[in-house]
Design a protein around this ligand. Structure first.
Ligand SMILES: NC(=O)c1ccc[n+]([C@@H]2O[C@H](COP(=O)([O-])OP(=O)(O)OC[C@H]3O[C@@H](n4cnc5c(N)ncnc54)[C@H](O)[C@@H]3O)[C@@H](O)[C@H]2O)c1
Length: 272
């Protein structure tokens, strides 16, 4: 738990805009020292000047960029306690026949590789501190079908399963990995759509709402929690149902694994 952020060191990817920028401001206001890692260096530097943080150009598709951002946090502030792996891109495709392969690779690269490489880069630094928190920004599209944006849904579903699978062994080391699953948020990511939401009367979250949930997850989130944010509702951990196991599976019987995984309990299957 990080009940108090005073003196904590945080890294926020995609920290120059929207949810990430709001999280940077909240973390800084709470006493944390923040590294803002973003593809848009100018915007990251402007925010760093505002909050007294540090900016770094980082393309989360490149594992070396994530490593450099973590190294900067350690050099500048002596360690790393929190990483919000939040950089993301969205967008639909006009039609499935029209799938643009470059855009597909970009979306998978930023939304999936970015989280995996971010965890990979942050872990050694968190271990050197004896623990910490990792929060990946997924989406409601990782939990429910999103037919207008199936590739985006694919990437966010991947983040949800990655977080659920990685969280138990990391928790044994005192590292809490969680996911944030917001509905629609009024940020530049929704550019061109915001007016249509307003006209239709469909409520939007603010970046501040979602950032507050992210900061709370960093402070005290349960490992593996995938927290839904929706307008007018308190952030809530999604209650996953177990999946059916082999019929008649004995209590405590688990499938063998090639490598023992610390911290994992009985398989989350429904027994009958
Ligand atoms: N806005 C929404 O409705 C919504 C809903 C659910 C989840 N999300 C997720 O929230 C996260 C933040 O999105 P946002 O709404 O604040 O959008 P945003 O566009 O305001 O911010 C995204 C940030 O990511 C940065 N970025 C993009 N590609 C990058 C890369 N390759 N490397 C590093 N940085 C990169 C951008 O420069 C930008 O600063 C994303 O993961 C997004 O998928 C957004």
């Amino acid at each position: 738990m990080l009940p108090d952020l005073t003196g904590a060191v945080a890294l926020v990817t995609g920290g120059a805009s929207g949810i990430g920028a709001a999280a940077v401001r909240q973390l800084s206001a709470g006493g944390a020292r923040v590294v803002i890692a973003d593809l848009d260096l100018a915007a990251a530097e402007a925010l760093a000047a505002e909050v007294g943080g540090t900016a770094v150009r980082c393309d989360v598709r490149d594992p070396l960029d994530s490593e450099r951002a973590v190294a900067l946090a350690e050099q500048a502030y002596g360690g790393l306690d929190v990483a919000l792996l939040n950089a993301g891109v969205a967008g639909g495709f006009a039609s499935w026949d029209d799938l643009d392969l470059d855009r597909y690779r970009t979306m998978v690269g930023v939304n999936v590789d970015g989280v995996v490489f971010g965890v990979r880069a942050a872990l050694p630094a968190l271990r050197r501190r004896g623990g910490g928190a990792l929060v990946a920004t997924a989406s409601l599209a990782g939990l429910a079908p999103a037919s207008a944006t199936p590739v985006y849904a694919l990437t966010k579903g991947a983040v949800v399963q990655f977080v659920r699978s990685m969280a138990p062994p990391l928790a044994v080391e005192g590292i809490r990995l969680t996911a944030l699953c917001p509905g629609f948020v009024e940020t530049p990511l929704l550019s061109g759509m915001v007016e249509r939401f307003h006209e239709s009367g469909f409520p939007l979250l603010t970046a501040d709402d979602v950032a507050a949930a992210a900061v709370e997850l960093a402070r005290s989130g349960e490992p593996g929690a995938c927290v839904i944010c929706q307008p007018g509702r308190e952030p809530t951990a999604y209650a996953f149902r177990g999946v059916p196991g082999p019929r008649g599976l004995g209590e405590g019987v688990r499938p063998p694994t090639r490598t023992p995984v610390p911290g994992t309990g009985p398989a989350t299957v429904v027994r009958d």
